[in-house]
Design a protein around this ligand. Structure first.
Ligand code: TRH
Length: 404
């Protein structure tokens, strides 16, 4: 576990802007970031266009005000920027918000920028080489009300050269204290039986889902385990499972097991559908399980931190760019062959058989991948250091820059 860092800068006012495109990842990441900054003593304004998911994802969010305030995106037009402005995932804010906080100074040859907010674009998580190349690069603003200012690219990532991963202080201890049967009891689920594997499912619509459910129901999915307890996350994952149970692709069922529609009576596979839960409960669920199917961005990070075997359903992009992103991640994580094969099948565009999973080998890999992440500093540690560096007068290219 990496040493806990003390704040490297005095408390600052941070503006985090979040546009919810779809799913829960945009607000999920922004909320974790805002919360972790506030926990380090900073003041944070989270400007969000669609905050409804916070009601279940962070039911205590209102209790954290005034240090952490959740504000409507449009209300930013009546405010000016604090010390640091973060545009999450290139969400394009009105540059006037930043420009009105610029302090100019006059010399004989005109106005110069004396101080300005540090302006960052927090990018999507990727292990691809472009992300490492672009991490920390400046992007000068060439026109408009913010002309003369600089935006900085901040790329999260899996290596010490990247922007790191979000991880709050105290998480390691909290995850280690998780009791599996207590977690199950929260959702009214019976304790685990012997020789039963606990699997969580948070995914989009994986092409081999029906085939894999059949393999699980036949006790063929996990080496050495006959029985599976499957906990399905609310929303798209639950809909995908229900669809797989009712609309089967032809030819995948044998005569003895013609349909999956009565699976809950089947002794080898028990399915439970979970409610939407707060992020801290979601993290604990991942720590309690034997095998976590996660998706998108934030749940992938959480599964890595939990250190349990994980299978990633990457956010599918129309141009197929997600395949290169997936492979870059598998390379970065030094994934063994069976893990690569399973990820290739799980993320394929059409149904492909999933390999039988050797949980012992998979656990060895996951534990190593997790340890490599835990040995590094967190995203917030690196962000604070990055901002402190940019706030040094000599390091900030916009300081002293001539304005119109
Ligand atoms: O919801 P996602 O599919 O989000 C995705 C990704 O972020 C993707 O990169 C982005 O482009 C797309 O949205 C728009 O998966 P992700 O990233 O894992 O986010 C899920 C969040 O929801 C995460 O913070 C965990 C949280 N969560 C809970 O807290 N409780 C729950 O019950 C569930 C199901 C999720």
């Amino acid at each position: 576990m990496a040493a806990q860092h003390k704040p490297t800068s005095p408390p600052l006012l941070w503006d985090v802007f979040c546009r919810v495109i779809d799913n829960f990842g945009d607000i999920g990441v922004c909320w974790r970031l805002a919360r972790q900054l506030a926990a380090r003593g900073h003041s944070v304004r989270l400007w969000v266009d669609e905050p409804s998911a916070l009601a279940w994802l962070a039911p205590d969010h209102a209790d954290l005000a005034p240090q952490l305030q959740v504000l409507p995106w449009d209300a930013a037009s009546t405010h000016s920027a604090g010390d640091v402005v973060i545009e999450a995932f290139g969400c394009e804010i009105d540059p006037v918000f930043v420009a009105t906080s610029v302090v100019n100074t006059w010399t004989e040859d005109g106005f110069h920028i004396k101080s300005a907010p540090i302006w960052l674009n927090l990018e999507y998580l990727s292990a691809e080489s472009f992300a490492l190349r672009c991490h920390g690069l400046p992007s000068p603003v060439m026109s408009g009300p913010a002309k003369g200012l600089t935006k900085w690219f901040f790329y999260p990532g899996f290596t010490p050269q990247s922007g790191g991963l979000l991880r709050e202080d105290g998480l390691h201890e909290r995850l280690r204290a998780v009791s599996r049967n207590q977690v199950l009891a929260r959702y009214g689920i019976a304790p685990m039986r012997d020789n039963e594997v606990l699997v969580t499912l948070f995914c989009y619509e994986p092409a081999p889902l029906a085939v894999w459910l059949k393999a699980i129901a036949e006790g063929k999915a996990f080496d050495g385990f006959q029985n599976t307890r499957l906990l399905v996350a609310h929303g798209r994952a639950a809909q995908a499972v229900q669809k797989a149970l009712t609309e089967q692709p032809e030819g995948i069922f044998s005569e003895e097991n013609p349909s999956l529609s009565n699976l809950n009576q089947h002794s080898l596979l028990q399915i439970s559908y979970l409610p939407l839960m707060p992020q801290h409960a979601f993290d604990e669920l991942l720590a309690a399980a034997d095998f976590n199917c996660v998706r998108g961005e934030d749940s992938l990070v959480r599964a890595l931190l939990a250190g349990k075997p994980l299978l990633w359903h990457i956010y599918p992009q129309h141009d197929g760019a997600h395949h290169a992103k997936l492979n870059a991640w598998l390379d970065a994580m030094l994934a063994p062959t069976q893990t690569r094969q399973a990820h290739a099948a799980w993320n394929a565009d059409s149904p492909a058989p999933m390999p039988r999973i050797d949980l012992t080998e998979w656990q060895t890999w996951s534990a190593q991948a997790s340890a490599a992440i835990w040995a590094q500093t967190s995203l917030v540690d690196r962000l604070l250091a990055f901002v402190a560096e940019r706030r040094k007068p000599s390091e900030n290219p916009q300081n002293g820059q001539k304005t119109q």
